[in-house]
Design a protein around this ligand. Structure first.
Ligand code: TYD
Length: 207
């Protein structure tokens, strides 16, 4: 039986994750793999409800409550969708995972990054992806893309530049600490070039 594979995409808002996930999904299907595309928050029915709170609630959410909401989404998602898919031998291609919590709730919201990571690992019973693609872009460029897309900002996107600078630095530090799991891609390059770089890192995992 083909063994399952778990790939997560990380990066700041406006880094191009959705575009790259779509291209990678298409290529994986061409390689004959079954792909489950999913995301956090909001990869399950329960997760959709949690996503609505964390992204669209008007007014403050206490930082620890926000961290727990993301962790609750994660616990349900990993238990009911991600693990079963990997056990079936599928490729799970996922927008955001615990690195987002460490970067946004840790560095961004100034909770302790180590505690946030431990909370997520508890929620997900220690599950970590085989590969994490970090699409790295400076927040000013990303903000320009979000402005051009002309969609209303969610709670996190609406945060100030300094918040997004801290998030970026936290992602890069996570990648540096775990080069076996991470691929860091310069997300200002051409879409096709980025896609090719990602494919060449994924390919060895398929054989
Ligand atoms: P995303 O789905 O990438 O937003 P969009 O649909 O606009 O592309 O991410 C939603 C937001 O949630 C994003 O600003 C980052 C934030 N987030 C956290 O703060 N912590 C987390 O653990 C996760 C998974 C996301």
């Amino acid at each position: 039986m083909t063994s399952g594979l778990w790939i997560t995409l990380e990066g700041g808002d406006g880094s191009g994750k959705t575009t790259q996930a779509a291209l990678l999904e298409q290529w994986l299907r061409e390689q004959g793999r079954r792909v489950v595309r999913t995301r956090e928050p909001g990869g399950t029915d329960v997760g959709v409800l949690i996503r609505d709170i964390v992204l669209h609630h008007r007014g403050d959410i206490a930082p620890r409550a926000e961290a727990l909401l993301y962790a609750a989404d994660r616990a349900h998602h990993v238990a009911t969708l991600v693990r079963p898919a990997i056990e079936r031998g599928d490729v799970v291609l996922q927008d955001r995972y615990l690195d987002s919590s460490v970067a946004y709730q840790g560095a961004g919201r100034v909770l302790d990054g180590g505690e946030i990571r431990d909370l997520s690992l508890w929620a997900a019973e220690g599950a970590l992806p085989d590969l994490t693609v970090l699409l790295d872009v400076d927040p000013a460029t990303a903000r320009g893309r979000l402005d051009a897309a002309d969609k209303p900002f969610d709670r996190l996107e609406a945060e100030k530049g300094a918040f997004h600078e801290r998030v970026r630095a936290a992602f890069l530090a996570l990648a540096e600490a775990d080069p076996d799991r991470f691929l860091v891609v310069d997300a200002t390059r051409a879409i096709d070039e980025i896609a090719a770089e990602i494919r060449s890192r994924v390919a060895p995992h398929l054989s």
